[in-house]
Structures are given as C-alpha cells and as structure tokens.
Design a protein around this ligand. Structure first.
Ligand SMILES: Cc1ncc(COP(=O)(O)O)c(C=O)c1O
Length: 349
C-alpha cells in the first residue's frame, strides 16, 4: 500500500531532544507579539485597538475561526466580496468601508498568492482612518512583508512541526501599540505535542491514537485559544532548518505547477512564493468526487474551507471549487507525481 500524503506533522523526537536550549527566552522568529495560535494573535490585535461594538469588514471567503474570534472580541462584522482571482473587489470594498463606517478591514493573503500593495494603497488613500489587518496565516514565509499594513499576523503549526504558535507584527502607524501578553500555555498544546510526537513512532503507535490526540487538541483550541507561545515550540523551532523547508515547498510546488499546466487545470501559483498548498479549482460537481479519489489513494488533501456561515454573500463558488494539493517539506517529486496521476485519471479534462 502506498504511504500517506497529508495529515498533521510528526515531531521527530530525536531532533526535539537534541535541540539546544537557549540561555534566555529567545525567539527564533522576529515579531512584535507571540501567541498560541493565529486566532489568539487576531484577538490580541482587536483588543489592542481598544474599542468594542465597532465594525470589521471581513472577506466573504474565510475560515470560521476568524468570525468566531471577531465575535469573541465584541466586534461586529460585515463581509466584502472576493473575486474568483482571490483579490478583493476594491471599488465595492471602498464603498462598504465608507457606508459601514468600518473601524478596520481584514485582508487575507490566500495561499500567499496575492500582491496586496495596490489594495492597501487604495484603502489608505480613500479611507485613511481604517485600520488594515493582514492575515498571513497562509503566507508565513512572506509574513509582514506587505507594505503599509497596521497589524499583521500568522500561525506556525500549519507550516512547521510545532504544536502551537501565532505571531503579530505591527506596522509603522501602530508601532507604539501595546499588545496584550498572554503567558499561559494552553491545554490544546499538550494534546497536539503528544499527537505529533507519537506520530514519529509509526511502528509502535497506531495512527488512530495520534489522530485522537490531535483531534482533541483541535477541539480544545476551539474552546480556549487565548494563550502564549509554548516553550516546547520555542525549543522545536531551533531544530528546524526553515530555509530548507522553504526550498522543498517551492520545488514541490513547481512540479505540481508544471503538471497542472500540462493538464490544463486552473490553479494558483507564484514562482517566488513559498506555498502552504497549491490550490486547484474544479467544477463544483467534480471537486468532491476528485477529493474522494485522492482519499482512496491515501492522499488527505484538504479544502479551504468548509463554508463558514450559511448567509455569506457573493463568492460562495470558491468554497465549492477549491481543493488544496499538498506540497509540504515531508514530500518530494514522486509524491507530487502521485497527486498529478490522480488528477490525470479522475478529472474530466
Ligand atoms: C486564513 C486563516 N486565518 C486564521 C486562521 C486561524 O489560525 P489558527 O488555527 O492558528 O488559530 C486560519 C486557520 O486555519 C486561517 O486559515
């Protein structure tokens, strides 16, 4: 039987125990605030703005943890449209920002594919009072490189074998903002760490057991997410060659891109980006069938995202058409070819 592609990372226990302990708490990744997750980082940003019952404009294509966090922070939200090319419809967005007298807008850099300079410049020019929050959860390797945002955040555990982590950077207009500090390491981290570590002993530990731990970790994260970055993650980061991770992801994505071009399948790709996944876009009636075919081949490719809210306006199309091909650092060219072979067999071209 062929090996599994996808699922959560295994933490290599031998690497973890050999990581060098810092003398002092010392962060591998430069940021202005360190948190347990992306949503903890977003909550800290909204809290630091220090207002409640104000409106945040959110893209209509997003993951449900974002809306939950905004509600928890006591903010209202409205959706703006995202076009099929994943960019905001800027003229509509500007009208909405004015009409709703929004306090802030959230821009998501989907799969790290967008160049948001023009969008940010238009918002600055037309609505200078609006705070711009960039969600770089899918753009870890370009985190905070977009110009002129006010707040930017990302998340670590989807990119690297670590159990938790969320980072915030402050833009120059907000450099004096004081972000809340959450010191507590949360219960979800222990479950994720246990599940990730046990995954590195596949001959001894059944996969189901690891999955149970990881699933429980995810449930606990939904219940309680406002915490700090764990020391376990700090330590594990020191055993990871981040540049090697970037190179492997880029090489894998390039293989997928070439194959997808040949097959004529619509997908998102940028040569210089380091991708989380390579998203492909299929007809809605095909997407779930193809995903099932991937599962049969032991390929656990996710979709982004299950639709967050029934009442979402506009671009519900993307929720029904997107499928994420896996290109992370655990895999190589042959694994990419395996994914392309499934598409070759199962997509009506
Ligand atoms: C675009 C986006 N923003 C925010 C989040 C929340 O990140 P976390 O799960 O680390 O809280 C996610 C999670 O999948 C996401 O995809």
């Amino acid at each position: 039987m062929s090996s599994v592609i996808g699922g959560e990372f295994a933490i290599a226990a031998d690497k973890a125990i050999n990581a060098t302990l810092p003398d002092d708490k010392w962060h591998m990744l430069p940021a202005d605030g360190y948190f347990s997750s992306g949503r903890a980082a977003l909550f800290a940003i909204l809290s630091s703005i220090g207002e409640q019952e104000v409106t945040l404009l959110l893209p209509a294509y997003l993951c449900s943890s974002v809306t939950q966090t905004v509600r928890d922070a006591g903010w209202r939200y409205q959706f703006y449209d995202v076009q099929p090319d994943l960019y905001p419809d800027v003229s509509c967005l500007l009208v909405q920002l004015r009409q709703k007298q929004a306090r802030a807008v959230l821009l998501i850099n989907y799969f790290g594919l967008l160049r948001l300079d023009d969008v940010v410049a238009a918002i600055r020019r037309e609505c200078p009072q609006v705070a711009i929050i960039l969600d770089d959860v899918q753009h870890f390797f370009g985190f905070g490189q977009e110009p002129d945002f006010d707040f930017c955040f990302t998340s670590l555990r989807k990119w690297l074998p670590v159990p938790d982590g969320g980072l915030v950077k402050l833009g120059k207009r907000c450099c004096d903002t004081s972000l809340p500090a959450y010191d507590e390491t949360l219960p979800f981290t222990a479950y994720k760490l246990a599940g990730n570590l046990l995954k590195s002993f596949p001959q001894l530990i059944p996969d189901d057991l690891c999955l149970e731990l990881l699933k429980r970790g995810e449930e606990l994260l939904d219940e309680q997410y406002r915490g700090g970055l764990s020391c376990a993650t700090e330590l594990l980061l020191r055993s990871i060659d981040i540049q090697k991770v970037a190179r492997r992801r880029q090489a894998n994505a390039a293989v997928l891109h070439r194959g997808l071009e040949k097959l004529g399948i619509a997908h998102g790709y940028q040569t210089d980006a380091v991708p989380l996944f390579v998203p492909i876009f299929l007809a809605p009636e095909q997407r779930d069938t193809v995903r099932r075919a991937f599962f049969q081949e032991q390929n656990i490719c996710p979709v982004h995202w299950p639709k967050a809210e029934a009442g979402l306006s506009g671009n519900s199309e993307i929720y029904a058409t997107e499928l994420s091909l896996i290109c992370d650092q655990r895999y190589g060219e042959q694994d990419m070819e395996r994914q392309l072979a499934v598409l070759r067999d199962r997509v009506d071209l």
